[in-house]
Design a protein around this ligand. Structure first.
Ligand code: SAM
Ligand code: NAG
Ligand code: NAG
Ligand code: NAG
Length: 463
């Protein structure tokens, strides 16, 4: 089996074995595909055949359970091979690793003595010829054997439903077909292999993809937090690497709580919340996400009384819908959560909460809403960078409103995805926006922070 990542998502990392001595290396290669496959550009499965002498122990009328503890560490571990096989009801074959055992004598003395006491002697030991095939190697072993040893290999890929997607580096392009074919063969449940072609920077956070092999169907279904999500992977945003974060947030919600999801995508926060009988207001600008968001609420049988969906810009959603709905939930002391997962821009949307209400229409409240807002931090000290980003982006001093700054995941070297929890106290929601903005930017100028265009943009929005 391929090494699978944690239970909610499958991600493979290939380890690079280092510090092998030459003889270890030779032994290590024994159970690897033949060296002749190195550089293969068109998959030829036959070339993976390799015949080896494999040590075996035959047991007649001896219980396996008696010897297994002794032999366990010497067993042959290969893809799709059971190291203990029943030849007939009385006779059992135990395959040993040819890397660890060459002769009966290469089994350590004390181990042989223990075998002796179970009536296993050198007569029980023999070597048989065994042919290993393509089926008997893992994707990792096969790719490592094929791809140039001196360059970085295929370091990782993710699986979304039946789709495996890779980000092929330039030097691996000549191998794209062979890589795709191997993954299609080896990754359980994989029907399609795609390559992302551009870094996502469009509004909807989806990316163009090249189908390298398989079914061109981009409609797929994934499971997360006990919900099923169906969507067209080429048209909406989905990232399996966020499943743990989705779970952490969903775990905070309890029946009766209220969730406003400003950038809901196809529903990984919103649908599980609805299923828990939270009252959910979920929004996404992408019509295609909206369509699947609706579909997923229905497919997961969330009662219609618990949710309402919106297809508009996040600022409009905050300034109209949240504005209209929030006061009554504050009044009846609900726990209110607001999720904003659009890390490239979301901090900016905090500004829409500043001075959202006039003092008359906002009731006094004891349970301030909590905003989970995401951002990227590039550089050494991601906590400090995040706090500075908030200062530079948000036109209100949030320093005593930040409940928590949490490192969600590493995107690439020196780029972290961060989650900031902001408490929406009354003073933010009823702030005099114009004055606060001026204070804010004067403050920044005093600190000699250069903020070229954000100044103009902010001013525009306030008017
Ligand atoms: C990074 S995805 C997050 C989706 C989902 N919450 C998740 O965790 O997987 C951001 C979503 O924001 C949507 N989006 C982008 N700009 C938006 C805007 N201005 N207003 C509302 N939604 C927007 C995109 O379509 C996308 O679905
Ligand atoms: C190789 O895999 C096949 C199944 O595809 C299995 O029947 C066979 O025993 C395996 N052989 C070895 C040497 O692992
Ligand atoms: C895969 O994506 C990479 C990076 O975006 C790109 O350079 C490359 O050309 C793509 N490969 C194929 C086969 O489309
Ligand atoms: C993103 O999805 C939209 C529909 O949601 C689609 O029209 C567009 O072509 C997609 N963009 C890319 C870059 O694939």
């Amino acid at each position: 089996m391929l090494p699978l990542g944690n239970r909610c998502f499958q991600l493979l990392f290939f380890r690079i074995s280092t510090f092998l001595t030459l003889s270890q290396k030779h032994m290590d290669n024994l159970l690897k595909p033949p060296e002749s496959v190195c550089g293969m550009r068109v998959l030829d499965r036959k070339l993976f055949e390799k015949t080896l002498e494999v040590p075996v122990i035959t047991l007649k009328d001896i219980k396996v359970s008696a010897v297994l503890p002794v032999l366990k560490k010497y067993l042959l571990k290969v893809e799709k091979l059971k190291p203990i096989q029943h030849v007939n009801p009385e006779e059992i074959l135990i395959y040993l690793s040819p890397m660890l055992v060459q002769q009966w004598e290469s089994i350590p003395e004390d181990v042989r003595q223990r075998l002796h006491s179970e009536h296993i002697k050198d007569e029980n030991f023999k070597k048989i010829l065994y042919t290993f095939k393509y089926e008997n190697f893992t994707a990792e072993e096969i790719l490592r054997a094929i791809l140039p040893p001196d360059k970085e290999g295929l370091s990782s890929f993710t699986k979304v439903g039946h789709i495996v997607h890779l980000n092929l580096r330039e030097h691996l392009l000549p191998y794209k077909n062979v890589i795709a074919e191997i993954l299609l063969d080896k990754v359980p449940g994989c029907r399609t292999v795609v390559n992302k072609t551009n870094i996502i920077d469009n509004t909807y956070r989806n990316f163009t993809m090249d189908i390298l092999i398989g079914d061109p169907d981009m409609l797929t279904t994934v499971k997360e937090n006990n919900c099923k999500f169906k969507f067209d992977f080429s048209k909406v945003y989905w990232n399996s690497r966020l499943c743990t974060e989705h779970e952490r947030i969903v775990n905070k919600f309890q029946e009766g709580d209220v969730l406003f999801d400003v950038f809901a995508g196809v529903g990984p926060f919103a649908v599980p919340a609805g299923k828990k009988k939270c009252t959910v207001f979920a929004n996404d600008l992408n019509p295609e996400s909206f369509k699947w968001l609706k579909y997923n609420f229905e497919a997961n049988k969330v009662d219609q009384t618990y949710y309402k969906l919106f297809n508009r810009d996040g600022h409009d959603f905050i300034k109209n819908d949240i504005k209209l709905l929030l006061p009554k939930f504050l009044e009846c002391e609900k726990n209110v959560y607001i999720t904003m997962n659009l890390p490239a821009m979301a901090l900016e949307f905090l500004n829409s909460f500043v001075g959202l209400f006039s003092h008359e229409i906002l009731p006094e409240y004891s349970k301030p809403p909590l905003v989970f807002v995401y951002c990227f931090a590039k550089g050494e000290d991601c906590m400090e960078i995040t706090k500075n980003k908030i200062k530079d982006t948000v036109a209100y001093d949030l320093s005593d409103k930040i409940v928590d700054v949490f490192r969600v995941r590493t995107v690439s070297s020196l780029k972290e995805m961060m989650r900031v929890t902001v408490r929406l106290d009354r003073d933010i929601l009823i702030a005099d926006r114009k004055r606060k903005l001026e204070d804010h930017f004067n403050d920044i100028q005093n600190k000699k922070v250069i903020l070229d265009h954000s100044d103009g943009k902010e001013q525009e929005k306030v008017k």
